[in-house]
Design a protein around this ligand. Structure first.
Ligand code: AMP
Length: 482
């Protein structure tokens, strides 16, 4: 009998609940307008997360802030509510700029900002990132925006062309500042900041405090308040387990973990693209819904992979570290280190992606004998002693194969055809009579719309929507492979 609990045997996440209850201050204690409070309630944000409770009172009082927070802590809302409070929607000029290390993070920040800005009239949020064509960005800038979210290189490019002006800016946010520094953006940030008015509020968020953060703060901030939330990822929230493997067992060990713990969404990290490809091939051959994310994918393929993982129609996303930067998935039950990273900071970033806001997460690491030195370095850097288990302890906890709860339908038509999520939801629920609870995330991209539907109704939805209409028009659609 195995001495490690599988999913069915695992006790509810009491520690996590206690953590969030203890820090659960009501948003109503903040000086926010009633419409914003109502909107937060509609979004299901009942209590502030620790980073929100610590930063919002200071940020709303106008202080510059340096806050330690990572993806999953609720940091986006922490700075978004502050910048929205500084905003005058009637003044049609860029009043806030959020700099992010990657396009994926910028898009997630944009989405969260739009959700939070719903309480206000027509706040326009624009994303400016590299990897996208210039022309639509130039056209959008001509129409104007209140908030710009972007990567330093592309924002700088627009400033140099004169297509973006920052004279009306009152809030500057540096999100994941440590990663921007890692990626060599210090000079680009310095040049952008030089074009911002001196009279402004600057908010800096960073998961770690490397030396460069102090340099950024000294150069660009005024008497910043520092917030360090060491207890943010209480060890109880992420359970780290190590398994010793032989080289030839490594890929197979991943499916043993999946069958024992049955996580709905798993992010598996490999050190190389080739390892990603090999693992996905093995998992798919075993019938799992697995996708790969690495540098060989073009932007459109990456976008599709991320949509499918976030909408829960893919069980395992197999990624390299660089490709997974900025990825934010709210409900990630498990992270698997298929290879041990040679860099302890990378290990921390990887495992920090599970155990989000109020959920408990698993972090599994597979290590061969020649990786023990790396494990030792990680233990030293993070100050813990690793807990080891044997693959033989893992048992199947169900006869049913592990399958994702949703499947993705792709509608060939998106923003270009002026499709909105509500149009698709209306077609499926009002016209075709499916229950709203059977429909998951609807993502509208430029040329495609992705709709997550419960997997047991996927083929029926495909047939009936193919014969039906969206916005009064027939649409072409297909069901994406598992
Ligand atoms: P972030 O760290 O900003 O990427 O946020 C992680 C996730 O937590 C996002 O999906 C947010 O929508 C969600 N979130 C942020 N603040 C709260 C809150 N106070 N209560 C519940 N969920 C939240």
């Amino acid at each position: 009998m195995s001495n490690i609990p599988n999913r069915a045997e695992t006790a509810p996440a009491t520690d996590a609940a206690v953590t969030s209850a203890a820090s659960g201050t009501a948003f109503a204690s903040l000086p926010l307008p009633p419409a914003t409070l109502e909107n937060l309630q509609r979004l299901g944000y009942e209590a502030m997360t620790p980073i929100q409770a610590a930063s919002l009172p200071l940020a709303l009082a106008g202080h510059d802030l340096i806050a330690q927070a990572k993806t999953g802590s609720g940091k986006t809302a922490a700075f978004a509510l502050a910048l929205l409070a500084n905003l005058n929607p009637r003044r049609f000029a860029v009043q806030a700029l959020v700099l992010c290390p990657t396009r994926e993070l910028a898009e997630q920040v944009t989405q969260e900002l739009r959700r939070l800005a719903r309480a206000e009239d027509h706040v326009k949020v624009l994303t400016l990132c590299g990897g996208s064509t210039m022309r639509p960005q130039l056209a959008s800038l001509e129409h104007g925006a209140h908030v710009v979210v972007g990567t330093p290189g592309r924002v700088l490019d627009h400033l140099e062309r004169g297509s973006l002006k920052l004279d009306a800016l009152n809030t500057l946010v540096l999100d994941e500042a440590d990663r921007m520094l890692d990626m060599g953006f210090f000079d680009a940030i310095a040049t952008v900041v030089a074009q911002c008015p001196k009279q402004r509020q600057t908010l800096l968020f960073s998961a770690t405090y490397p030396e460069g953060i102090a340099r950024l703060a000294a150069a660009f901030m005024r008497a910043p308040k520092e917030l360090k939330l060491l207890a943010q990822h209480a060890p109880a929230k992420i359970r780290q387990l190590f398994f010793e493997v032989r080289g030839d067992e490594r890929l197979h060990a991943v499916s043993l973990l999946l069958e024992h713990y049955r996580p709905v969404s798993t992010l598996a990290f490999c050190n190389t693209k080739q390892q990603c490809r090999d693992l996905v091939q093995v998992l798919r051959a075993q019938g799992y819904a697995a996708l790969e994310l690495h540098g060989d994918l073009d932007q459109r393929e990456r976008d599709q992979v991320m949509v499918r993982f976030a909408n829960r129609s893919c069980s395992v996303l197999v990624a390299t570290d660089i490709a997974a930067r900025g990825l934010d998935i709210a409900q990630l039950e498990a992270v698997i280190n298929v290879d041990i990273s040679p860099d302890p900071a990378t290990h921390t970033h990887r495992i920090g992606r599970t155990g989000r806001v109020d959920a408990e997460g698993w972090a599994f690491s597979l290590a061969s004998l020649d990786e023990m030195g790396r494990v030792g370095q990680i233990e030293q850097a993070l100050g813990f002693t690793s807990e080891w288990h044997k693959l033989a302890e893992l048992t199947r906890s169900s006869d049913q194969p592990l399958q994702p709860p949703m499947r993705t339908l792709q509608i060939l038509g998106g923003r270009k055809e002026k499709i909105r999520p509500g149009d698709v939801l209306g077609a499926l629920t009002k016209d075709l009579g499916f229950a709203a609870t059977q429909i998951g995330k609807i993502n509208v991209n430029e040329f495609s719309t992705y709709v997550a539907v419960a997997s047991d109704i996927a083929t029926e939805v495909l047939e009936r929507l193919s014969a039906g209409k969206v916005k009064g028009r027939s649409v072409k659609l297909r069901l994406l492979d598992r």
